[in-house]
Design a protein around this ligand. Structure first.
Ligand SMILES: *Cc1c(COP(=O)(O)O)cnc(C)c1O
Length: 481
């Protein structure tokens, strides 16, 4: 039975009995589940989940009591046990992957899911995913078809390619191409292009896994066509050109023009493969993005096989695209590894819907490209509006200023090129900027922002307009809480 505080105080007890008495104040799981709130919850979710949550909550409380939980706190817990169980049950059922507000200004943020899809592409995914589709069914012949056709239709036309296939990501594309076209032979790569792209994608390692042998040529800063020419031997299958996605080489540097490498490779009857990394489909140099290579230009220059990502500057779903001359792409397709690396219907749906925007000229329909193409003045106008909205609520608690700053495309594209932007700089006065950033990450939806020199920097370039009210509410709540 539950004992009152007075009994415990009036009757001297050994520590052990006192503990047992306090533990006995907790209800049993069955008693707890009789609570109205939890009976309703069991009907709404499942009794199993509520039961599990009740066990967790009671177990946690027991161990806190053993560690000497203060009497007042125990009382509070006992008064709110059912609520705690409900919170725990909802936590158990909560999905792990959730939308966040990206206020970092990094458009293709690898940790935040890279390219966001537009509503039309997302709708197409839903349509295809929730119903049956002609994924591998030829509607004209009434028999088995190939899933490749769904992306190849747009890709071949846009890139001027003979054939295109899609795999899980660009890392898979490079692996498949090297394995299909160079296994057991040598592939020549410039020492200046032996790159690492985060999360263990390293050219030498991928090469080793593909079964091809890396033949390095040149030096870190300078590699000439003659270096490649000297390295070609009977074992050479291909020359590989890799885009330096996440760093820049400046100063005393040299790299052969692509056309020169193509001429050399073809004169010596070898393949030229190019890992383009980000896979820009249209020239974006007008936005100040610099000389990011465009996929079609590589194919026009005569490169045999080109690979690139679907969710970098292309702005679509995670995918790796292999495109180029038909007989080489077909060899990749015939490789048993292709079966292991292929993508599902949702990826095809998102990819073809994104590619269609390019053909219809609607670059602003592709979120990543729209965000990149915003001017500093446009971002600044929104930052001013947000500042004006927040200022009254945060008076005396934070200093708000709109300042000049830089956003980046990110995701291993356009290294060295920043996009001029305007930032809302929030300098909290009664907590540190780091503390404010923590509170913003705990908001619902979580807000991810940069912290610099005692300020939280909010870059609205990567915040969608319809997220702005939630962002304002989260910032205000972070100061209130
Ligand atoms: C990003 C990148 C990759 C890896 O692409 P994922 O789609 O992330 O697998 C490979 N090579 C280069 C040059 C890249 O920039």
């Amino acid at each position: 039975m539950v004992q009152s505080v007075e009994t415990m105080a009036t009757r001297p007890q050994t520590g052990r009995t006192a503990l047992a008495v306090r533990l006995r104040r907790l209800p049993s799981v069955d008693e707890l589940l009789q609570d109205d709130r939890l009976r309703r919850l069991s009907a709404e979710v499942s009794r199993g989940v509520v039961l599990q949550a009740a066990r967790h909550v009671l177990e946690r409380l027991r161990s806190e009591i053993r560690r000497g939980l203060a009497e007042a706190e125990l009382e509070t817990h006992l008064a709110h046990l059912a609520q705690e169980v409900e919170g725990e049950a909802r936590e158990l059922l909560a999905v792990s992957l959730r939308p966040v507000i990206n206020a970092t200004g990094v458009v293709l943020h690898t940790n935040l899911g890279r390219a966001p899809l537009d509503a039309e592409a997302a709708q197409h995914v839903v349509g295809v995913a929730t119903q049956y589709s002609n994924l591998e069914f030829d509607l004209v012949k009434g028999g088995r078809g190939r899933r490749d056709v769904h992306a190849a239709k747009f890709l071949n036309r846009m890139l001027g390619a003979e054939a295109s296939i899609v795999v899980n990501n660009n890392a898979a594309a490079v692996l498949l191409v090297l394995n299909s076209l160079a296994e057991g032979g040598e592939v020549i790569v410039s020492r200046g292009e032996l790159i690492e792209i985060g999360e263990s994608f390293r050219i030498p390692d991928i090469m080793a896994k593909s079964g091809a042998v890396l033949r390095e040529v040149g030096t870190t800063n300078r590699t000439r066509t003659a270096d490649y020419a000297r390295a070609i031997s009977a074992r050479t299958r291909a020359l590989l050109r890799v885009h330096r996605s996440n760093f820049e080489l400046v100063g005393f540097t040299e790299r052969p023009p692509l056309e020169e490498l193509v001429r050399l490779a073809h004169r010596r009857r070898r393949l030229l493969i190019e890992d383009l990394g980000s896979g820009l489909l249209v020239d974006l140099s007008a936005t100040g993005l610099g000389a990011e290579p465009v996929a079609a230009a590589s194919l026009r220059a005569g490169v045999d096989v080109v690979t690139f990502s679907g969710d970098k500057l292309l702005g679509g779903p995670q995918a790796g695209i292999i495109t180029g001359k038909k007989r080489y792409v077909e060899r990749c397709r015939q490789n048993p590894l292709f079966r292991a690396l292929r993508v599902d219907k949702m990826t095809f749906a998102a990819l073809e819907a994104t590619l269609r925007h390019y053909l219809s000229g609607g670059l602003d329909a592709i979120p990543a490209l729209r965000l990149i193409r915003q001017t500093a003045a446009e971002v600044g106008g929104r930052a001013e509006a947000l500042r004006a909205e927040l200022e009254p609520a945060l008076a005396g608690r934070a200093q708000l200023r709109v300042i000049d700053g830089e956003s980046v495309a990110g995701g291993g594209s356009t290294p060295g090129y920043a996009l001029p932007t305007k930032l809302l700089a929030i300098a909290p006065q009664r907590m540190s900027a780091a503390e404010l950033a923590v509170r913003l990450r705990r908001a619902d939806p979580p807000v991810i922002a940069r912290v610099e020199a005692g300020r939280v920097l909010v870059d609205l370039r990567t915040v969608f307009e319809d997220q702005q009210p939630a962002l304002a509410a989260s910032i205000a709540a972070a100061f209130a809480g």
